[in-house]
Design a binder for this molecule. Structure first.
Ligand SMILES: C=Cc1c2[nH]c(c1C)Cc1[nH]c(c(CCC(=O)O)c1C)Cc1[nH]c(c(C)c1CCC(=O)O)Cc1[nH]c(c(C)c1C=C)C2
Length: 499
């Protein structure tokens, strides 16, 4: 039996991916997608092409995610199915933008290159922070306390390694992915491999990493093959030959715009943009009843919520609550694109992350979490006039820093950049400045998240007569599992499999 009418709440990437995949799985189902914004795609699809003054050409500005990993199969599948191969641009593995990443340690001017597994480690300034963590991990045996089923990343890194390693490297990693505080983030939800490596290495994470037996490697290869077989990839894997990361010539919006076009072409799919869902409940006939601020009620047989979990909590009836929708906080991020009229402002590389200051997130800090060197990673996204040179960076701010009113002021940001890049001369005035503010955009899964999401799933599957949702409401998206673009697309692909 196919579901006669599916409503999808939320038209971000997860919602669009859900609509696309559900319309392929259930071609006869009516699908209604409802989103409060005029433009579908959500905050993860914010890009804009801007003309530079005096005929210098144009640059692409991204406000959200800017690159995808070459292993993001769920997105590669969409590239194949939507015919987007010609729009793909890649960063070669051999380029400095793929190989060099830096770290700024507050209180010390300049940025340090993060060493790879090579001899360069020996003269990296960061070895003073890395070595204690590695050494303690190797000498300490199993030390996970009995009964501990999850903890914060910081607590894990301190337990296995060293507080300095945790503060400097752990916090920076978490800034770059979750824009969050490593002391709050669940290690099992965010970095499950670390937890597994600890078990495989009988305590020692590094040993777990280095001691993979031939059988384990074989098992990993088999799992990858199985995983690849789940996707329709056509020839797109070839695009990834030698690529570290990729995006689209016109930015991340290409993906959501192509998804929107594809689902709008389908006569069974109806999109209601600029429409807010005000309530979701069971109607008298056993169908759902969805009320909105612009339309008559909708009566779908099945519902997918791709809304942030706290937004879902607000629209469900108090008599049929769902657990843990408001447990996790979410980070707000301000991204500032700056285009400078000259080259060589930064060293070759992908960008840098800023770690947590020694004395916690300071009130007088500008709140910078990291800076990406955009013109180095994907130069094909800019269409510059011949001979024209520019430098494009994005300053990422916010998260666990409390951003004050003056923190995003351009002179403050430029002064911090000058200090980070250890320049004597001030930076030139930017040709273009674009500020994007994303409120509560990246959820922070707190320790215990995976268990809580298991309980949420149970409540969704419980019979309607027992106060549950009878398996006809699915809750997906970044708040449930995985915050990357690929995770969002993947969760849309997996929705409704049991219907
Ligand atoms: C807008 C800010 C974002 C910050 N994190 C994310 C966004 C969208 C989400 C994110 N960033 C990364 C990942 C992991 C991706 C993966 O595993 O495939 C996720 C989920 C890694 C990452 N961080 C930065 C970049 C350019 C990337 C590659 C992927 C992407 O483009 O998002 C830079 C960066 N992101 C943030 C900060 C503070 C930062 C600093 C340099 C927050």
């Amino acid at each position: 039996m196919f579901p006669p009418h599916i409503a999808i709440l939320g038209g971000g990437l997860t919602g669009l991916s859900s609509a696309f995949h559900l319309s392929r799985r259930f071609p006869s189902s009516i699908i209604t997608i409802v989103d409060k914004n005029k433009h579908l795609g959500g905050w993860g699809s914010k890009s804009e092409r801007v003309q530079l003054p005096n005929g210098r050409g144009s640059v692409l500005l991204e406000g959200g995610p800017r690159t995808l990993r070459a292993s993001s199969h769920s997105v590669l599948e969409l590239i194949h199915l939507l015919g987007l191969a010609d729009a793909v641009v890649t960063t070669p593995k051999a380029s400095p933008a793929a190989k060099r990443r830096y770290l700024h340690v507050p209180g010390t001017p300049g940025i340090y290159r993060i060493p790879g597994a090579s001899l360069s480690y020996l003269w990296s300034e960061l070895r003073f922070f890395i070595t204690p963590g590695v050494s303690f991990d190797l000498v300490r045996g199993w030390n996970r306390p009995e009964g501990v089923r999850d903890e914060s990343l910081e607590s894990f890194l301190v337990r296995r390694g060293h507080p300095d390693t945790a503060r400097v490297l752990g916090s920076a990693l978490v800034h770059g992915v979750y824009a969050a505080d490593a002391r709050l983030l669940s290690v099992r939800a965010a970095f499950p491999k670390l937890w597994e490596l600890e078990e495989r290495g009988n305590g020692r994470v590094l040993w777990g990493l280095l001691s993979r037996s031939r059988r384990q490697k074989e098992e990993e290869r088999r799992r990858l093959e199985e995983e690849l077989a789940r996707y329709e990839l056509g020839d797109v894997m070839k695009l990834m030959d030698g690529a570290a990361v990729y995006s689209f010539r016109d930015g991340m919006g290409t993906l959501s715009d192509a998804l929107t076009r594809a689902i709008k072409k389908n006569p069974n799919v109806r999109t209601l943009s600029d429409t807010e869902v005000t309530a979701l409940r069971f109607g008298d006939e056993g169908a759902f009843e969805i009320t909105t601020n612009t339309t008559n009620p909708i009566y779908p047989s099945h519902v997918v919520s791709a809304l942030p979990l706290p937004a879902l909590d607000k629209i469900i009836p108090a008599l049929r609550p769902l657990p843990y929708l408001t447990t996790n906080p979410a980070s707000s991020v301000t991204a500032i694109n700056l285009v400078f009229p000259s080259a060589n402002i930064y060293p070759p590389g992908f960008g840098y992350l800023v770690c947590r200051p020694e004395h916690d997130y300071a009130a007088d800090d500008a709140g910078i979490l990291g800076v990406t060197f955009d013109s180095a990673a994907l130069p094909a996204q800019d269409a510059l006039a011949p001979g024209e040179r520019i430098t494009k960076v994005t300053v990422m701010m916010g998260g666990p820093h409390r951003l004050g009113a003056g923190d995003c002021a351009l002179p403050v940001v430029l002064a911090h950049l000058q200090y980070h890049l250890n320049r004597r001369a001030p930076l030139p005035d930017p040709l273009v400045t674009r500020v994007w503010t994303h409120r509560e955009c990246i959820p922070t899964p707190l320790p215990g998240h995976l268990e809580r999401m298991g309980k949420l799933k149970e409540a969704l599957a419980a019979p309607v007569g027992d106060g549950g949702w009878g398996g006809r409401l699915e809750v997906v998206g970044a708040g449930v599992r995985g915050v990357s673009v690929a995770d969002c697309v993947e969760s849309g692909k997996g929705v409704g499999v049991g219907w």
